[in-house]
Design a protein. Structure first.
Ligand code: NAD
Length: 520
């Protein structure tokens, strides 16, 4: 039975524990159906493995979900192709598709508190951060809608009596494979431009955080996105994600996640000769010169590594300090890290929330322990918090490590937790040699009052994004990409939509003049 709520939202019956799953706080009771996934526009309980969602702040299982199967991939992709044709989505005029995207953006914003709460339960992040992610996702849909309406094809300069046009067309079905660390924002970054381009999208959300993608699909339904254009298939990456990427009718994969997964998907793309966008890991340098505003720099470096509990691709996890201020600044960083409040994401005073899962906390802990055994100095953290009320959660204290060389494993591997390594440097040459000695090339922070020097380093450092006297600022209008093993291709920016399209050239004869062999 379904009924219409006062807000015009279709109410579906909610589940009970006796039906095999647990209603969870965060979805509005009576509005959202639990334990249903969207396969090709049809909401139903998945036939795949049970996914138990654990709140990492408490260890409580707060929701259960039956995921998708490999067979669902066929259904979702076929339905996506059919929906593109039957709804005429790709043939709609840009302003018509843009109108739907605007409505999705507004609906995300209207639901920002619910999205935030849900995401905080699922990932442990602070409510402040998850709300900001929801608002950013809304802005992504709106920006993409505006960009879509202003996109132009080109009439290119001809070399004869013909008209030559360079135009863009949709691809068909796009796979969006996403990580757990910023679910709604990374979904929006792919779904908005892919839909804008006229495609259907199949999201493969992360097992550790599937709920927000499902809520996004509900929102898209309510906003009038034609049914079947967006499917959400929660399930293991190595089965469901792999099958999706390999599917013959998936014309592009847009992936955000770890470098090793990205490499596997890149191989599949190579076999299929399929375009792929890869947003991967990082080990970003953040650099403090002696002439920097040290108050700003210390605060910025702490924020750059410890916000999101370090679970950020762009985390400034390698801190380089000029040697003459090394001891002083290191002491200030340690003092600052110790003062950061560790606690649940629901507490407004929390700076460092739990990690996404206990297993992930354990892997961060192991990497720090390995470094300790190898001789690194752990100047703060390097342990779980002692407070009794935090014992159940996946907490790890903000950790600063020194006494290491840039070539050490702890300075080369992405930890994806609240762990910074700190290294001294002598001059620009020494700095660049160390900073660029990494397989990654995602981001960089530079703290100095000398803007010429900032410019030199910004141009010479191997990174897709550089911040000067700031960190982790983002605009959807500014393209984002990683270099080296941090990624392939670009997201965001006005041209983000183009990466979900195929370019086509059309020549139109204008003169009727015979071709060279006519009448031969
Ligand atoms: P992950 O690579 O383990 O998983 C990402 C997604 O890929 C998940 O949905 C997962 O289920 C799926 N997947 C896993 N194996 C797969 C396979 N064989 N085939 C198809 N899909 C598969 O990454 P994660 O742990 O979820 O996320 C953390 C990583 O993401 C970090 O390395 C981080 O740096 C990176 N990241 C990068 C950016 C960026 O923009 N560059 C942004 C956020 C996160």
């Amino acid at each position: 039975m379904t009924t219409q709520s006062s807000a015009g939202i279709v109410e579906r019956p909610t589940g009970t524990a006796s039906e095999g799953f647990i209603p969870f706080r965060g979805f509005e009771p009576g509005v959202d159906t639990l334990d249903e996934i969207n396969v090709g526009g049809v909401w139903a309980r998945g036939a795949g493995a049970l996914i138990e969602s654990v709140n990492p702040a408490t260890s409580e299982v707060f929701a259960k979900l039956h995921g998708a199967t490999v067979d669902d991939v066929d259904v979702a992709v076929a339905a996506g192709l059919a929906a593109v044709e039957e709804s005429g989505w790709a043939r709609k005029l840009p302003h018509e598709r843009a109108a739907v995207l605007h409505r999705i953006g507004s609906a995300i914003e209207a639901n920002a508190d619910r999205i935030a709460f849900l995401q905080t339960q699922d990932t442990g992040k602070t409510l402040k951060e998850t709300r900001a992610l929801a608002i950013s996702a809304a802005a992504t849909f709106r920006f993409t809608a505006s960009a879509l309406e202003t996109m132009e094809d080109a009439v290119t300069p001809p070399r004869g009596d013909y008209l030559s046009i360079s135009t863009y067309e949709h691809i068909g079905v796009v796979a969006a494979i996403t990580p757990w660390n910023s679910p709604i924002a990374s979904d929006a970054q792919k779904v908005a431009p892919a839909l804008a381009a006229g495609n259907a999208v199949v999201i493969k959300p992360p097992v550790w955080a599937p709920w927000v993608s499902l809520l996004l699909a509900r929102i898209c339904d309510e906003a009038g996105l034609p049914s079947g254009l967006l499917s959400v298939l929660p399930g293991p990456g190595r089965t469901v994600g792999d099958a999706l990427a390999r599917h013959r009718d998936v014309g592009k994969v847009s992936f955000t996640g770890g470098t090793s997964t990205g490499r596997q998907l890149g191989r599949i793309a190579a076999d299929k000769i399929m375009p792929i966008t890869l947003e991967l890991g990082g080990k970003s340098p953040t650099i403090i010169f002696s002439d920097a505003d040290l108050d700003q720099a210390v605060a910025g470096v702490l924020y750059g590594i410890f916000s999101s509990s370090g679970q950020s691709c762009i985390a400034g996890s390698r801190v380089f300090i000029q040697r003459d201020i090394y001891d002083t600044v290191l002491a200030r960083l340690v003092e600052g890290a110790k003062a950061l409040r560790v606690g649940p994401g629901t507490d407004p005073g929390t700076r460092v929330a739990p990690l996404v899962a206990h297993a992930h906390r354990d892997s961060v802990e192991k990497m720090v322990e390995d470094a300790r055994v190898a001789g690194a100095q752990i100047l703060c953290g390097g342990a779980r918090p002692a407070e009794p009320e935090l014992q159940q959660g996946a907490y790890y204290l903000p950790t600063i490590i020194a006494g290491v060389a840039n070539s050490d494993l702890i300075c080369q591997e992405e930890i994806f937790g609240p762990v910074a390594v700190v290294l001294p440097f002598d001059d620009e040459t020494d700095l660049l040699a160390q900073a660029n000695d990494s397989v990654f090339g995602l981001a960089c922070g530079i703290w100095t009052s000398d803007y010429r020097r900032a410019w030199r380093i910004a141009r010479a450092v191997a990174a897709g994004t550089v911040w000067i006297n700031t960190y982790k600022q983002f605009s959807i209008a500014t393209p984002f990409s990683g270099i080296k093993e941090s990624g392939l291709g670009t997201e965001k920016g006005r041209d983000g939509i183009r990466s979900y399209m195929r370019q086509k050239s059309i020549y139109v004869d204008l003169s009727g003049a015979p071709l060279p062999w006519a009448g031969a």
